[in-house]
Design a protein around this ligand. Structure first.
Ligand code: GTQ
Length: 360
């Protein structure tokens, strides 16, 4: 039998084509070329703090929060990957937010999970989540779980800046999830708990009966182990990293690393959609690659992360992205600490996570 050329084999008569078109159908062999093309290939990139700082200073000067149009109403400089229009990656969003002395970023809630990692904060800069004021001190990580009211209130005399991390592109673009945003009727939600309340429910000591979130309301009622409002103080985290460095072997790819746990389950990931690691690097890590995306924030130190043929050089407070499937490893210059952010839990939830070492 003579092998036919694919074009001949696949060509449809115009009659067949119009029958399919009339009924809103297309043949797979044509559709398949369009699959996996909604997003361009993510590019490795680094955003230097110097440039981020210039940008947040400029918008702070120019645009009071009170003047922002309806929407999220947050003054944020958002790193944009050139292959996408609205975020650093197609799952994870990061932004650098500022609130000036006396300003409030007004209360709202949404279905997307969020957290703050404080860059330049103080005790009088508070993010108010689920009725409690959480002070934002440097390197504190504070959760804003889905559907909890949150507003950011600067009662200090210095501008505060922090990193916002949300699963917005996954929720709003990939899942196209609607009806999951509300404004509070007040600019500042009422403070109904004393500072430390959520830690009394989900910290190391807990009520004997199951901790209760009064009011996880509406669409998200009844979900399993919802991430609670919680502040991970940096002092404890850094102490534990040093303990690991003194006693344990480093992870070959991540150095001395600690995952932030969901305090409700006691295990990572912190959110079903995103996992977070504090990483202490003292030596070069081994190269590997995986289909999850990683975003890094440099907590301290300097070095480079090699991604494919590129070296992303970084120093304190820079942000960078490692795209899926690109071979990468870290090369700290001395000791460095990173916040590692990954969408790996999404892949794992669907048995899709894949990781490998490069073949030498
Ligand atoms: O502070 O609640 O960067 O809702 C994007 C969306 C921050 C916030 C962002 C948000 C917030």
């Amino acid at each position: 039998m003579v092998q036919q050329e694919p074009e001949e084999l696949l060509e449809m008569s115009s009659e067949t084509r119009s029958i399919l078109e009339e009924h809103h159908l297309r043949p797979l062999w044509e559709v398949e070329d369009d699959m996996g093309r909604v997003y361009g290939d993510l590019e490795p990139n680094v955003w230097k703090w110097e440039d981020l700082q210039t940008a947040i200073d400029a918008i702070e000067e120019d645009v009071p929060i009170a003047d922002l149009p309806p929407g999220f109403q947050r003054r944020v400089a958002v790193p944009i990957n050139t292959s996408l229009g609205n975020a650093i990656s197609n799952t994870i969003y990061v932004g650098v937010q500022t609130v000036s002395p006396g300003e409030t970023a007004p209360a709202h809630r949404h279905g997307a999970n969020a957290l703050r990692f404080t860059i330049d904060g103080n005790e009088e800069m508070k993010t108010v989540v689920a009725g409690e004021e959480f002070p934002m001190e440097n390197n504190d990580l504070i959760t804003t779980p889905q559907w909890e009211w949150h507003d950011h209130v600067n009662d200090s005399d210095e501008t505060a800046a922090w990193l916002d991390v949300l699963d917005l592109p996954l929720v709003l673009d990939s899942l196209n999830a609607k009806n999951t945003f509300e404004y509070h009727e007040l600019e500042r939600q009422p403070v109904t708990k004393t500072q430390g309340y959520w830690d009394s429910q989900y910290g190391r000591g807990r009520p004997a009966e199951e901790a209760k979130r009064d009011d996880i309301p509406g669409p998200f009622e009844g979900i399993q182990d919802p991430t609670p409002p919680y502040r991970f103080g940096w002092d404890e985290m850094v102490e534990s990293l040093e303990q690991r460095a003194e006693n344990d072997e480093p992870d070959p790819n991540d150095g001395y690393s600690l995952s932030y746990v969901n305090p409700a389950s006691g295990k990572p990931p912190l959110f079903p959609t995103m996992s977070f690691r504090a990483q202490l690097l003292r030596e070069e890590t081994d190269p590997h690659f995986h289909n999850a995306t990683e975003v890094y924030f440099v907590i301290e130190g300097e070095g480079a992360t090699h991604v494919g043929d590129e070296a992303l050089e970084w120093s304190q407070w820079d942000l960078f992205v490692v795209p899926p499937d690109q071979i990468h490893h870290h090369e700290p210059d001395g000791e460095a600490m990173l916040l590692g952010i990954t969408d790996r839990p999404v892949f794992e939830a669907f048995n899709l996570y894949a990781e490998a070492e490069p073949s030498s």
